[in-house]
Design a protein around this ligand. Sequence first.
Ligand code: OGA
Ligand code: MN
Length: 223
Amino acid sequence: MNSEQLASNQPLRTFDESIFEKVVDDLVSKGFSIQENGLPDFITDALLTRQRCIADEEYKRAGIGRAFNYQKVDTVRGDEICWITGSTPEGALWLDWCAAMQHFINRSLFMGLFSFESHFACYEPGKFYKRHVDAFKGQGNRVLSLVAYLNDNWKNEDGGELVLYADSEDRKGTRVLPKKGTFVVFLSEDFPHEVLPATRTRHSVAGWFRVNGSVNDNIDPPR
Ligand code: OGA
Ligand code: MN
C-alpha cells in the first residue's frame, strides 16, 4: 500500500469505473439505479463460486433489527443469510469492488460513506421479505443499499422480483427480476421495497454502505 492509498482510504485493486458512473448518474436523477448485466463477470463468478461452497449450516435464519431488538419473524422475512467477512479470496474481491464503488460515490457525491456490510441471502421457494425500509430517517446509519443477483436463466414466471416503491404511498413500484449479473442500488431510507415469493431457490447478495454513527463511548454498530 502506498501512502497516497492510505491517506485517501482507496481500495487496493483498481476496477473499471464506468459502471459506477452510471450508478452515480441514476442516484442523482432518481435515487436508485438498476443495472442489468452491470456486475462484472469476474465478480459474479467469484460470488457464485463462494455461494456454492456455503454449507447449509452456515446459513442462518435472518432476523429483524439489531442487538436487543433482533427478532426472527417468519411472517416478515423468510430468507437465510451468511455474512461476507473477506476471509476467502472471492469474498475479499467482492468487498474490494464494493469499496471501489464506495470510493467513487464519495468522490462524486460527497455522501461520506464510511463502511460496508454484506451477506449472501437464500430464499427457498415460497419465501419472501415483506415491504420494508432498510433504514429509518434520522436513526439509520445504513444510507445506501446494494443488492446483486446470482440466478442463471431466471424467467418472468419464476417470480421472486424485488419491488422498489418510490415512496410510502406508491403501491405499484418497479419490479426487478433477480437475474444473474443484475444489481440494484438505492437510498436506504427513501425506498420501501419487498421480495416476492419465487418458484425456484433465489440467491442474492445484499449490502449496505453506512455512515459512521459512533458517538462518544457508543461504538457503532452495536454487537
Ligand atoms: C434485504 C432486501 C432484496 C432482495 O435484504 O433487505 O431487501 O432483492 N433484499 O434480495
Ligand atoms: Mn431490504
